[in-house]
Write a protein that binds this ligand. Structure first.
Ligand SMILES: NC(=O)c1ccc[n+]([C@@H]2O[C@H](COP(=O)([O-])OP(=O)(O)OC[C@H]3O[C@@H](n4cnc5c(N)ncnc54)[C@H](O)[C@@H]3O)[C@@H](O)[C@H]2O)c1
Length: 392
């Protein structure tokens, strides 16, 4: 998690944003465009939006892009946008996992900041290479682990950091879904198709797709590194090539113990990401499907509900809260908070950059940690759950 950037305060014009992926029929690209627009920091001006030039051009037209800035492929887009005086300053990469590293490298080379979706790449080695390239370029590299953008998650992190929970002993994080309980990929459904293909998804199925979100959330809130894990990855749906259910035990550097469960076959669950953290002085619980509330149980006292925008929500939550309590904020606002934080850093970079500890967003370091988690879990599971050290 980077702590960087300070808004230059001068405006300096909207940040010109491009996109790779996110064309017709795609899921997360539209979420990125909404998130970028929510606080009026970006203007969407260019794209290589689909896997074929025809679809890309059709998608650009539908979104009202200038035809001259709707490209058939990301290589052409990076080169041409990099050369334009009014070229894009940042690109959002929202393609399937195997198509993250290539575009990211091309845009870094063209001097353009990168906002990439997770998991960062399909292997740890590739992620580390990309990190080295990003550092060399000096460009901002964000990875959209969007659950770190919720006000109550920021508050939970602040509570742990300030010692309100005491020493952390137990972490329980889970992310059950049910949309892959049947062999959806066999129907050709786009999102299921590539997610269950090792060539496009990477060595992990469920563990990479949503296990990494759960892992990142626990990492963000506790701030304590995991040193080793023991995993059991299962493929329940016949004929599927990657795991669809995963149970992971975690050993933290401070001696805390954790359990991470991610499943895409847990019938009855939609996006039930939930975390509970227990320390010597208290415990807390947060659920993504009810994200405006955080439960805090101080030892020996009744459980309190801290509400987004309400009494007890601290400054970390307050600075990314838009509307009064009782009007729900959720997934799109959390995503937009990440985009806004990145915008502060980009604006700071425009004028040479100053640091401000209040600005934070997930970076390529978090992306690398995600790949280290996936690879350790896959390795551990293949060896019957053997305790395996994390390599990042
Ligand atoms: N942060 C989150 O909450 C979240 C949620 C969903 C997906 N994701 C991630 O976002 C990425 C995309 O997922 P999705 O569900 O939107 O997938 P999707 O299949 O819906 O969309 C992918 C898009 O990429 C396009 N594409 C493929 N190859 C391309 C290429 N070479 N050039 C340009 N476009 C290309 C496809 O045509 C499609 O438009 C994945 O890495 C996924 O893990 C993140």
């Amino acid at each position: 998690m980077a702590i960087t950037g300070k808004d230059d305060g001068t405006g300096g014009g909207l940040i010109r944003l491009g996109m790779v992926g996110g064309g017709e029929g795609a899921f997360i690209g539209a979420v990125h465009r909404l998130a970028a627009r929510m606080d009026d920091h970006y203007v969407f001006v260019a794209g290589a939006l689909s896997s074929t030039p025809e679809k890309s051009i059709r998608s650009g037209e539908a979104l009202g892009l200038d035809p001259k800035r709707t490209y058939g492929g990301f290589e052409e887009m990076a080169k041409k946008e990099g050369r334009r005086k009014d070229g894009i300053e940042a690109v959002a990469i929202v393609t399937p996992n195997h198509m993250h590293a290539g575009p990211a490298l091309a845009f870094l080379k063209a001097g353009i900041h990168v906002i990439c979706d997770k998991p960062l790449t399909t292997s740890l080695k590739e992620a580390q290479k990309l990190k080295a390239a990003a550092e060399k370029s000096g460009k901002i590299f964000a990875v959209t682990h969007n659950y770190t953008g919720y006000p109550m998650v920021r508050h939970a992190r602040a509570m742990v950091a300030s010692g309100e929970l005491g020493d952390i002993r137990v972490v329980q994080v889970e992310y059950p879904q049910d949309w892959l309980a049947e062999p959806l990929e066999q129907s050709g459904q786009k999102q299921a198709d590539w997610r269950t293909d090792p060539a496009r998804s990477g060595a992990g199925g469920c563990i990479g797709d949503i296990g990494t979100h759960a892992y990142n959330l626990a990492d963000f809130i506790t701030g304590i590194p995991v040193v080793e894990l023991s995993a059991e990855l299962t493929t329940f749906v016949q004929g599927r090539r990657l795991d669809d259910d995963t149970h992971v035990r975690l050993h933290y550097a401070n001696g805390a113990k954790g359990t991470l469960w991610a499943s895409q076959v847990a019938v009855g669950n939609e996006n039930a990401l939930r975390i509970r953290v227990y320390g010597t002085k208290g415990g807390l619980a947060w659920s993504q499907e009810n994200p405006n509330y955080l439960q805090f149980s101080p030892i020996g006292k009744p459980t309190q509900t801290i509400t987004r925008g309400g009494a007890g929500a601290g400054g970390e939550a307050g600075r990314i809260t838009r509307i009064p309590p009782g009007h729900p904020e959720g997934y799109l606002e959390g995503f937009a908070n990440i985009y806004t934080e990145i915008a502060h850093a980009i604006r700071a970079a425009r004028i040479g950059g100053k640091t401000d500890s209040s600005v934070m967003f997930p970076t390529i370091e978090d992306g690398v940690k995600g790949l280290a988690f996936i690879e350790a879990a896959v390795e551990s599971s293949a060896k019957g759950g053997r305790w395996t050290k994390l390599k990042a």
